[in-house]
Structures are given as C-alpha cells and as structure tokens.
Design a protein around this ligand. Sequence first.
Ligand SMILES: [Zn+2]
Length: 374
Amino acid sequence: MVLAAIEEFDRLGREEFLAKYGYREARGYFLTHQGRRYDSKAIAGVAHRGVAGRPLRASEFSGGAATVARTLADLGFTVTTPEDLAAESPIEALLGKVMNLETAKSPQTKRPKRHQPLTLLWALGRAARAEPRLVPWETTRAEIGSLISTFGLVDDAPNPEYPVLKLAHFGLWEIAEHPAPPAASGGEPLRWMRRHQPLSGPCDWVYDLVTKDDAVRSRVAAFLLSEYLHDVDQNALLARVGLQAAPVGRRSTTVERIVRDSALSRLVKTLHDHMCQICGIRLMLPTGPYAEGCHIRPLGEPHNGPDELANMLCLCPNHHTLFDAGALAVQGDLIVVDRSTGAPVGALSVVAEHSIDPRHVTYHREAVAGGEAD
Ligand SMILES: [Zn+2]
C-alpha cells in the first residue's frame, strides 16, 4: 500500500501528487525510501486507500510523530523528524521553515498577512547587531507593532502577540519559561502576554545561525522580502530593522561607491557572496570582495523600474556596464545572450531565496536591450 503510494509519487512528481490528494508540503516528517524523501503524511493518507477504499484527505487525520510517523515506522519505513533534519543541516531546516510559514490571508487584500515576516525581519536586525536574543514583552510589542503599522497590509492589525505565538508553535520562536503558551487565536493571547510579561525571541539554534552567518541572514531576509513584501519600500524596511546597514569606518578608493550603495544592493551582494551572476567572478580588493548591485529595469525616467530585490542582480563591474548598456539581454529561461551576435554568454546563476521578477527581465530585454538593432 505504502509502496504503491510511493510509486505514484515518483510517477507524478511531488507537486502533482500533493495537489492531486490535497496535501501541503511536509515540514520535517519525511519518509525515506531508497535514498529519496517523501512527504510522510501524504503517503500515509494515500496508502490508506488499501484500508478504507479511498485515500484520506489531509484534514481527516493529523500528521506528525504520534500518528503517521509511528504507523509508518511500525510498517518498517524510516521517517525523519524535524529534529533529524535540523541536526543534519540546520541551515536547510531554518530555510525550509521560513519558506513554509503558515500565514493567514488578509480578508481585504487576499494576500498573506505580514505579521510573521515582519517579526522575523525584526529579529534578524537584532541578530545583525548581536543584541540579546530574548526581549521583554513590552519592547517586543512596541517595536513589532510599529513595524506592522508601517509595513503591514492595510488590514493587518498591529498585534504582535499573534505572530510571536504562531512562530512559537511553529518551532522558530521561544517564549522563555513557558513551553506551552496559548494558541494564537481569540482574545486570550494579549491577556496572556500582559499577565506573564514573557521574555521571547527566536529559538536558540535559529538565533545562532542568523547571528554568526550573514549569508544565512541575507537568505532569510531576501525570501521574506520577495515573498511577502514586494510592494513596500524595501530599503526603508531594511534600514528600519537595521539590516544591511552601510559599512562604517571604511576608507579606500572604493569608499564613494560603497557609501552610495543602498541596503538592497548590499543585500543582493551578500546573498550571492559578491559573485557575478553572469560570469561567476568574485573580485577581491584589499578592502574585501567587490561586486555591484544592478537594477534590471532601470530606476528613474523613462524606465521607472522599482527599487526592489526582485528587480536586482549582483554583477561584476564589466557585466554591470554591458547589461546597463543593453549589450546583454536575459532570455525567459535566464540564459544571458550577447545582443550583437545572439550568442549565449551563460546562464544567470540564481539562488532559491532571490526570485527575479520575469516582468523586469522582459522589460530589460525589450526596452533596454531591444530597440533599433537587428
Ligand atoms: Zn561578470
């Protein structure tokens, strides 16, 4: 039964299999079979067809350790837990969680609410400044509340108790001395927070990763910005939470360019480790690695491109110049071509957390690299 479900999973592919039976992607509980990973709840539900005559829907039973993992283990299958994954690759575990936040939809805009993304960005800023991990409730409430008011959706109420509790139940946040806080619903959360005045903050392992590794911090920030916050002033948001602040105390021939660099440009460069997305070169200067943040659809008249991460690339100075001049264009499949010969130059290297808006690529190809040639 289980093997038949695995076989169908392999045949359809993960996405189609999950869609067909109405399951979400697993977040930690995976069945491993012949070196491959399968979403354990979906496999168990579909395998149930042999018992009940029809596959179970996701809402008909609960996944996780007590039920699905136990049953599959009894049948002789290996099921990994979130803890296994975290131990194996904490960075992947963190990114996996961040990329699968359970955000409700805003009734008015029909878009995912921004409470949890903003709460995480706030914590990333604290991590960047190496500030204490756990913060008193009143500070948490005031600072996150004001972020939600400024950068949230129109109907996002500034109630930080919800994202804090959500993230705690989701395994990314710790409420010190309260291992079993209330659920994030109804009127209880605020009353509970007021009564207990807890210290809270990201879990130890999360804070550890984002404090000591700015590449990880950038990947988390980049995903949150592009997934949830694409129409806010992203530079202002990064500045507000204290992420990607301008380097201080640098004095060198490159200082002018560094100082004029925006927070977003610094973010895109950290994200790609200062490697050109076209040629892979990472220039080393005496002051450190050097690359440039490049807007795909140019800012300002007549192009009026947006200053957002989805409109940016990390390039070496040569490719930046060629790209801005329209000597290079990026095709829909992200192959970079030399416009004068049409010859491919290479594939744009990308990272999962930095999604490039294809509309900006099309605009650049048609309005900047297009025009009267050919
Ligand atoms: Zn290059």
